[in-house]
Design a protein around this ligand. Structure first.
Ligand SMILES: Cc1cc2nc3c(=O)[nH]c(=O)nc-3n(C[C@H](O)[C@H](O)[C@H](O)COP(=O)(O)O)c2cc1C
Length: 191
């Protein structure tokens, strides 16, 4: 069965509006097609950034072409997903730091991507599409660093289609938050 991987970087517990949009998107996809859902809740996973010791350990394993260690579990899961949904609120012009730690764990040469003899990288991930779902208190405008970064990684990983779903202005007093969210809910049903 095909797999949807939901990478949940929503840190604000049950109240998270970003997660609600993700859940609607996933529900809609699962109604249309048989999928197995795998969720990585980053608030619970507590993935630490690569430090000297972890990096040296990982590099030794990669050089030995030995990918069975659990240090590669996130990369293995990501590379074998058929559809990926990243849910990340717009924080400090990008996204919560836990998501960067997650992608450090995923970006393994030999698993998520590799290099040809000409030095040009090619992707090893099988997902046909990645959705990047975000909500912002204000407006993202041209400072879309979170989405741009993830879209860049998708190029490296070989994921050809990347789509952003966003809801903005959610912390602006006087804005009709429910109407803005309903627009995003409608958008994900047809996405
Ligand atoms: C730590 C933090 C940083 C934030 N940085 C920004 C920002 O740079 N720009 C902005 O428009 N909103 C910012 N916000 C507001 C969030 O983007 C907004 O409340 C969002 O809808 C939160 O998503 P959630 O409901 O899924 O938690 C920030 C909120 C937090 C808690």
């Amino acid at each position: 069965m095909k797999k949807i991987l939901f990478i949940d970087a929503c840190m604000r517990g049950e109240e998270s509006r970003t997660r609600k949009i993700c859940e609607k998107l996933i529900e809609s996809r699962m109604e249309k097609e048989d999928y197995q859902l795998q969720t990585v809740k980053l608030e619970k996973e507590k993935i630490i950034a690569l430090d000297c010791e972890a990096l040296n350990y990982r590099t030794r394993l990669i050089e030995a072409n030995s990918f069975s260690d659990e240090i590669f579990d996130y990369a293995r899961q990501f590379a074998s997903a058929d559809l990926i949904v990243v849910g990340a609120p717009y924080w400090d012009l990008s996204f919560p730091a836990v998501l960067k730690n997650y992608f450090e764990a995923v970006s393994v040469c030999g698993m998520a991507f590799s290099y040809g003899p000409d030095g040009v990288p090619y992707g090893l991930c099988q997902a046909e599409k990645l959705f990047y779902v975000t909500t912002a208190g204000g407006f993202i405008g041209s400072l879309n660093f979170g989405y741009d970064y993830i879209a860049g990684l998708c190029g490296l990983y070989g994921i050809k289609e990347v789509e952003q779903i966003k809801a903005e202005g959610l912390d602006i007093e006087g804005f009709d938050i429910q109407t803005i969210l309903n627009q995003a809910f409608n958008q994900v049903v047809t996405a």
